[in-house]
Design a protein around this ligand. Structure first.
Ligand SMILES: NC(=O)c1ccc[n+]([C@@H]2O[C@H](COP(=O)([O-])OP(=O)(O)OC[C@H]3O[C@@H](n4cnc5c(N)ncnc54)[C@H](O)[C@@H]3O)[C@@H](O)[C@H]2O)c1
Length: 355
C-alpha cells in the first residue's frame, strides 16, 4: 500500500471513512473526496484529517471538471469509489436523487477517469485501477432455498437504490470493456459497525433501545440478509487494491445470514446486558411490526468462498462479536450519535470546507 496514491470517494461516509483510515494507516497517500451529503460526516475522518498523507476535498463526484482537476493534480494509482446515496427507504421517496447521485454522478466520474487514464504513461496505466463499490442488492431477490448469487448472476434490482447502483455498475463495466479501462466491481453484503448513520437498521435499533423507544421491524421480520463487520469488508477491499485483477467482479460477504427479526432479537439480548431495561425486562418487548416496505426483497445471499478462492480472503468477525463491538462503540461515543441526530456534525464541515 505504501506506494499507492488512493483517491477515495464518499470518504466521509460509513465504509469510506473506515477504508480511508486503513489506507492511511497502511502508508498510502490518500486524497479523500465527499460532497458531504446528509450522511457525509467529517467527524468520521477525524483520525486522519491532519495526517500528512491525507487531504480532504469537498466535491461532488458528478462534477466532471472538478474531478478531472483533482485526478490531474493528485495522480492516483487507484480510485476507490464509495460515494453514493445508500438508504433504500429514501430511494423510494426520492428516486431521481439516486439516479443523479449514483448513476449519473458515477458515469461522470468514470468519464473523468477515462480522460485521466488515457493520458497516463504506459507503466502508470499498467498499475492503475478503478474500484467500484457496489451491493448484493443489484442481483435482486432470492427464495430461502435458492442457491446464493454468484458474480455471474444477472442483475434484477427491485428498488430505486438497487437500480441506481446496477445502472452505475453497468456504466463502469461498459467503460472497462469499451475503453480497456482497468475497472473492478465489488458487490458487498450488508455492512455494520461503528460510525454507521443511525437511519440504518443496526444503529437505529441500538439508538432506540438507548432512548427507550419502540423498535420497528418491517413486515414479519422474515427478510434475510448477510451481515459483515465493516472492518472485515475494509480488509477485503485492501486485498482487492493489492491483488484485484482488472476486469474482475468480486462478491464480498461474511456468509453470516439471519432474518431481520433474529438480528434485532440478538441486538436486544446483547443490549439487555449493558443497558438496563427500566422494569428489568428484555428490550425485545419493544419490537413492533410495521407496514412492509414496497418490493422488500426476501433474501440476499452470496457465497463467501467466491472471494476466498479469488483473493484468499475470509471475514474474521463472527456476527455476535461484531454486534457486541458495535453496541460498545455506540455506547462509548454518545457525542457522535448526538451530533448526528442534532445536525451539529455539520459544524465540522465549516472547519474543513475546501481545506
Ligand atoms: N453500508 C452497506 O451495508 C453497504 C453494502 C454494500 C455496498 N455498499 C456501498 O458502499 C458504498 C458506501 O456505503 P456507506 O454505507 O458507507 O454509505 P454512506 O451513506 O454512509 O456514505 C456515502 C457517502 O457518499 C457521499 N456522497 C453521496 N453522493 C455523493 C456524490 N455525488 N459525490 C460525492 N460524495 C457523495 C455522502 O456524502 C456520504 O458521505 C455505497 O456505494 C454503497 O452502495 C454499502
Amino acid at each position: 500500500m505504501q506506494s499507492e496514491r488512493v483517491l477515495v470517494t464518499g470518504a466521509a461516509g460509513f465504509i469510506g471513512s473506515h477504508f480511508t483510515d486503513a489506507a492511511v494507516a497502511a502508508g498510502a497517500n490518500v486524497l479523500s473526496v465527499d460532497k458531504l451529503d446528509y450522511c457525509g460526516n467529517l467527524m468520521n475522518l477525524a483520525q486522519v484529517m491532519d495526517h500528512p498523507n491525507h487531504r480532504f476535498v469537498k466535491a461532488d463526484v458528478g462534477d466532471i471538471a472538478k474531478m478531472s482537476e483533482l485526478l490531474r493534480e493528485f495522480k492516483p494509482t487507484v480510485v476507490v469509489h464509495f460515494a453514493a446515496q445508500t438508504h433504500v427507504d429514501r430511494s423510494i421517496d426520492t428516486p431521481l436523487s439516486f439516479l443523479e447521485n449514483n448513476t449519473i454522478a458515477t458515469t461522470h466520474l468514470i468519464e473523468a477517469v477515462r480522460l485521466y487514464y488515457e493520458k497516463l504513461a504506459q507503466d502508470d496505466k499498467a498499475r492503475f485501477r478503478f474500484i467500484d463499490i457496489s451491493t448484493d442488492e443489484v442481483y435482486g431477490d432470492l427464495d430461502v432455498n435458492d442457491p446464493p448469487f454468484s458474480v455471474k448472476s444477472p442483475f434484477a434490482p427491485n428498488s430505486p437504490y438497487a437500480a441506481s447502483k446496477a445502472a452505475a455498475d453497468a456504466f463502469v463495466r461498459g467503460y472497462g470493456k469499451t475503453y480497456q479501462l482497468p475497472v473492478i466491481i465489488v458487490h458487498a453484503c450488508n455492512n455494520y459497525g461503528p460510525r454507521q448513520f443511525p437511519e440504518k437498521l443496526i444503529p437505529l435499533v441500538i439508538d432506540r433501545i438507548r432512548s427507550g423507544q419502540s423498535i420497528p421491524i418491517y413486515g414479519t421480520g422474515e427478510n434475510r440478509r448477510q451481515w459483515m463487520y465493516v472492518l472485515d469488508h475494509v480488509e477485503a477491499l485492501m486485498a482487492v487494491v493489492e491483488k484485484g485483477k482488472a476486469g474482475a467482479v468480486y462478491n464480498i460477504t461474511s456468509g453470516d445470514e439471519v432474518t431481520n427479526l433474529k438480528l434485532v432479537r440478538t441486538l436486544c439480548a446483547l443490549c439487555d446486558i449493558v443497558i438496563a431495561h427500566p422494569e428489568g425486562r428484555s428490550h425485545a418487548e419493544k419490537i413492533t411490526f410495521v407496514k412492509d416496505r414496497p418490493a422488500h426483497d426476501r433474501r440476499y445471499a452470496m457465497d463467501p468462498r467466491d472471494v476466498d478462492d479469488a483473493l484468499g480472503y475470509r471475514a474474521r468477525t463472527r456476527l455476535i462479536d461484531g454486534l457486541q463491538k458495535t453496541i460498545d462503540w455506540y455506547l462509548k461515543n454518545p457525542e457522535w450519535l448526538a451530533a448526528v441526530k442534532s445536525g451539529a456534525y455539520r459544524d465540522w464541515v465549516k472547519r474543513y470546507d475546501e481545506k
